[in-house]
Design a protein around this ligand. Structure first.
Ligand SMILES: [Zn+2]
Length: 52
């Protein structure tokens, strides 16, 4: 998984997240984690709207 995902946070913010991010991705609006790296892959915490 090495592409961008469009993820929607619980706060309503929509953000693009890199599919193999190696650092935690935080929501720009509420600072909650949207994606957490888990050994090479990324676990999406929010809702994936689209694979870009
Ligand atoms: Zn948010």
């Amino acid at each position: 998984m090495s592409r961008f995902l469009k993820v929607k946070c619980k706060c309503g913010n929509e953000q693009n997240v890199f599919g193999n991010a190696t650092t935690k991705v935080l929501c720009l609006q509420c600072s909650k984690p949207l994606a957490v790296p888990t050994g090479g892959r990324v676990r999406i915490v929010g809702k994936v709207l689209k694979v870009l």
